[in-house]
Design a protein around this ligand. Structure first.
Ligand code: HEM
Length: 227
């Protein structure tokens, strides 16, 4: 098993599987976040956030999710470094090599930018919710249950700090671009390379990329325009 994980193909398979796992988290995350724009009282979003914070299954998933991100990032760095060592610039001039190399290099750069966004994002919300606290979280939610006012935390950031709106739109677009390649590439790595399926998967990957980019960007834009 450890030989498989460190062999080149094993590393790629492992990255693909963690990538698909992260896509399933992001789908849930986007769906719940969209509640922010469907109810301006914030009740709907706060109830969903409360459910996520108190549900035992989600509590078990949190460290697994963090591990998924860490493994995906470390393995990406490892594979890219190996590729760079194996294909010094002068050698990688043939068409075939360039074709293979260019998207994976782009994926690494996009992934790195998403990582910077993610660190900022975790400080914006997660750190305040789980570690430092924030006076906004104690505002009444109108739900009748004692819970964090996560809606107020998100709304205040997007309404009062337009720079963050720009950064979150960029973050959403980066995630969309990353997935429009990563989704089909993950299936190819785990063995689904049939030409007909690849065409469909590439279409689906583009659709997923657009949904994530538009979905995540719509939220800060909504707050900026509405309030
Ligand atoms: C408009 C866009 C977004 C909003 C409003 C948003 C909102 C939030 C909030 C409120 C939390 C804290 C949840 C909690 O701990 O109870 C959170 C956590 C998190 N977000 Fe986002 N998010 C957005 C985009 C993204 C994107 C694009 C990514 C991925 C690159 C992402 C990844 C995460 C991760 C990994 C966590 C920590 C795990 C968790 O607490 O669920 N988010 N987000």
């Amino acid at each position: 098993m450890s030989n498989f994980l460190s062999a080149s193909i094993g590393r790629k398979v492992f990255m693909s599987l963690t990538g698909l796992f992260l896509i399933s988290f992001l789908s849930l995350h986007l769906t719940l976040n969209l509640l922010l724009i469907f109810d301006d009282t914030g009740v709907l979003f706060n109830q969903a956030a409360y459910f996520m914070a108190t549900n035992p299954m989600i509590k078990i998933m949190e460290p697994i999710l963090a591990l998924g991100f860490i493994i995906h990032i470390i393995w990406a760095g490892w594979i890219t470094l190996d590729n760079m060592r194996a294909r010094p610039q002068g050698y990688a001039s043939g068409d075939q090599l360039l074709k293979w190399w260019a998207p994976s290099k782009n994926m690494f750069i996009l992934g790195g930018m998403i990582l910077v966004f993610l660190i900022l994002h975790i400080f914006n919300f997660w750190v305040k919710l789980k570690i430092t606290g924030d006076p906004l979280l104690s505002k009444p939610t109108g739900t009748g249950i004692e819970m964090h006012n996560t809606y107020e935390l998100v709304k205040t950031l997007f309404v009062n700090f337009p720079l963050y709106d720009v950064l979150y739109v960029i973050g959403g677009i980066l995630v969309g671009l990353h997935l429009s390649h990563g989704f089909w590439s993950a299936f190819q790595t785990i063995g689904l390379s049939n030409i007909n399926w690849m065409k469909r998967l590439k279409c689906l990957a583009n659709l997923i990329g657009i949904i994530f980019a538009v979905g995540f960007s719509a939220i800060p834009i909504y707050f900026l325009l509405k309030f």
